[in-house]
Design a protein around this ligand. Structure first.
Ligand code: 6R9
Length: 655
């Protein structure tokens, strides 16, 4: 997208209005960043104080990236409880303040406003339910729930009693669920009868039933009767959570935990191999979650914060739950989807709850972009102060649409680069401090030392502009500590290829201003006639065409060029897919990027294969482009597996 800058990209400095009231302005950012790098111990010793500690820490940082001896410990001798930090410590000052606004799938259903006091009671009751099932400190609890308050109760209940939760996104198949239950040896699965989403219902309990056939018969199944839909029931194994919550005591003491005791495991939906159980621990993770939520979104007391992710992903963990609640915020939890009952739902929710900070993914923006501007235009979005994006590079076209139609040209947009592994934001603008450039995640967060390495030699590229792979030179408190049950895999995945660094797996560019531009996973880079090109660059060009809603680009073997450019294109509603338009698009990309980027093949794609978190599964698209349909691999984690059949059909018969 932005790897080939022929013209200066637009720069959007923070407005004077905004900077005046912001937590961090440009001078403060520089001062704090410099300190965080020159004196990490001193810096984090102070930042750690934003939490309440049962026993204060004396050791702040004990970390090594040395391959074979990788070890990451923060605030090691401190003791705290994460749930106490997210709930109990707020009771005195903001017990009646709303902690969670719950917006149901169907706008006709009742919204809930859950105060910190109510949250406390529910979490205590849920904790007592878990204790009654024999869940003890260090035990694993799988949470397979839709976006309902009970998901938050269950996560925080685990934290309260020192159990380790592992949330499995409710869209995952029984097989995926069973693998995760078995990998972490969970004692309990918490699920719900059915999960409404976009007016449809997923039979979660029957998925759990199917999964549990492949698990130890000791695993208990705690069922939240959410919709009241009928389910099978196995006496002795299944437990009615709501009924039991009503029976147990409304209070439950917090368990003091070591800062390095695991808080949760989150499986990454890797495109190859068995998913990795990413382990995050208690103290460092929460310090980092709280700090990034406050500074990246410039969150102020009383604001309503909405992260539109699902709690099944790290974004939901850190920015629906842990970060906001540690800060005593009001956080919005949305059960539904952006396009139901119509494509205005996001904007209606923002208007209804007077949302101040809104955080979503470029893929959602592009989907809504294709539906036209009339939906946001109908809503009052004047409460908004900051917009955010996460998950993939944002193409300027989507950025502009977000900026024009949602931000009305007046709001900062924070493009936050981070990963499941990093726990929280790593490279991101702070809205009162850093001028943004559409498509760039800009500058590192406090304590983060990004480096650009030459992919082959692993040497640091010091001068700007720089291009290479993105690695991090030193630890930060939110970093994952290990892969559950497989520390060797942790070391070999992240620390082996480039010795002494955490390797992100992403490619990036750093411009003359020191701004970082993430170019995508390094395996998404294609080599056309010896020219390296980010597939995102071509996608961005395609999406900039008025008729294109979404595009995915992969490399495929080409006799002359080495690799050719294969484009899957989803057109805007109502646009006819004609050969003429194909030619037009080829020409368009040629002129947008250069002759080298001219697509070799364009295939119309009514839908693209995506994971449930909205990431395009390029592995599958590469196979289809190669005419290799036998080796598509696991398609069960796709949001809609039928999309793949349609693409194969088109590839073989029409295109
Ligand atoms: C938080 C999250 C991580 C991968 C990461 C990168 C891509 C995330 C991005 C971005 C460009 C951004 N990514 N944010 N690329 N700009 N602002 O998404 O975690 O699901 O683990 O994905 O997503 O490729 O390596 P996760």
């Amino acid at each position: 997208m932005n790897t080939d800058v022929k013209t200066e990209p637009a720069v959007y400095p923070p407005s004077a209005d905004f900077t005046g009231g912001a937590h961090v302005d440009a001078a403060r950012y520089k001062e704090m960043y410099d300190r965080s790098i020159s004196d990490p111990e001193g810096f984090w010793a102070e930042e750690g104080k934003r939490l309440d500690w049962i026993e204060p820490y004396t050791r702040v940082k004990d970390t090594s990236f040395e391959f074979g001896k990788v070890s990451i410990k923060w605030f090691e001798d401190g003791k705290l409880n994460v749930a106490a930090n997210c709930i109990d410590r707020h009771l005195e000052t903001r017990g009646d303040q709303t902690a969670i606004i719950w917006e149901p799938d169907d706008p006709a259903d009742e919204t809930l406003h859950i105060s910190y006091r109510e949250l406390h009671e529910k979490v205590c009751r849920m904790a007592n339910v878990l204790l009654a099932q024999g869940v003890m400190r260090g035990d694993r609890v799988i949470i397979y729930l839709p976006m309902i308050p009970e998901a938050a109760y269950a996560m925080l209940a685990c934290a309260r009693i020192g159990a380790i939760h592992s949330v499995v996104f409710a869209g995952f198949s029984p097989d995926a669920l069973a693998n995760r239950i078995n990998d972490c040896g969970a004692k309990v699965v918490v699920t719900a009868d059915t999960a409404p989403r976009g007016g449809k219902r997923t039979a979660l309990k029957s998925n759990a039933d199917a999964a549990l056939l492949h698990c130890s018969d000791k695993v208990r199944c705690l069922v939240v009767k959410h919709t009241g839909d009928q389910t099978t029931w196995i006496d002795g194994r299944d437990v009615d959570v709501k009924a039991m919550m009503a029976d147990v005591a409304p209070d439950c003491p917090v368990r003091p935990m070591g800062a390095e005791d695991p808080l949760f495991i989150l499986y990454t939906s890797g495109s190859t191999g068995k998913p990795k159980g990413v382990v995050h621990t208690s103290g460092g993770y929460l310090v980092y979650a709280a700090m990034t939520q406050k500074f990246t979104f410039d969150y102020h007391d009383g604001d309503v914060f909405w992260c539109g992710a699902d709690v099944g992903w790290v974004t939901g963990h850190t920015y629906i739950l842990y970060g906001p609640l540690a800060n005593g915020a009001t956080t919005l939890m949305f059960e539904g989807v952006p396009t139901w009952p119509d494509a205005g739902r996001f904007w209606q929710v923002i208007e209804k709850h007077k949302v101040n900070q809104f955080y979503t993914a470029p893929t959602a923006i592009r989907a809504l972009m294709g539906q036209g501007t009339e939906f946001p235009a109908k809503c009052d979005l004047s409460s908004l102060k900051v917009l955010g994006t996460v998950g993939e590079p944002i193409n300027p076209e989507a950025w502009n649409w977000y900026n024009d139609n949602i931000g009305k040209g007046r709001l900062p947009i924070v493009d936050t680069w981070w990963q499941t592994e990093t726990g929280g934001h790593m490279i991101t603008p702070l809205p009162g401090a850093v001028a943004t450039k559409p498509g760039s995640a800009t500058l590192p967060f406090f304590g983060v030392k990004p480096v650009v390495l030459e992919p082959e030699s692993g040497k640091i590229v010091e001068s700007d502009p720089a291009e290479g792979v993105l690695a991090i030179a030193d630890s930060w408190p939110g970093q994952m500590r290990t892969v559950w049950g497989d520390h060797e895999r942790f070391e070999s995945t992240y620390f082996q290829q480039y010795k002494g660094y955490y390797f992100s797996g992403d490619g990036c560019r750093r411009d003359e201003d020191g701004y970082y531009w993430i170019t995508g996973r390094v395996d998404d880079v294609i080599n056309v006639s010896g020219h390296r090109m980010g597939t995102a660059e071509v996608e961005s060009a395609l999406v900039a065409h008025a008729d294109v809603a979404e595009a995915a680009v992969v490399g495929f073997p080409h006799d002359i060029k080495g690799q050719g450019i294969y484009c899957y294109v989803t057109l805007m509603n109502g646009v006819e897919p004609t050969d003429e338009l194909k030619k037009d698009l080829e020409k368009w990309v040629r002129t947008e990027i250069g002759p080298i980027a001219k697509p070799d093949h364009i295939q119309w794609a009514p839908g693209l294969p995506k994971t449930r978190s909205g990431k395009i599964m390029r592995r599958i698209l590469r196979k289809i482009a190669e005419n290799d349909y036998g080796a598509l691999g696991d398609t069960s984690t796709l949001a809609d597996p039928s999309v793949v059949d349609d693409l194969i059909d088109n590839r073989m018969n029409k295109d």
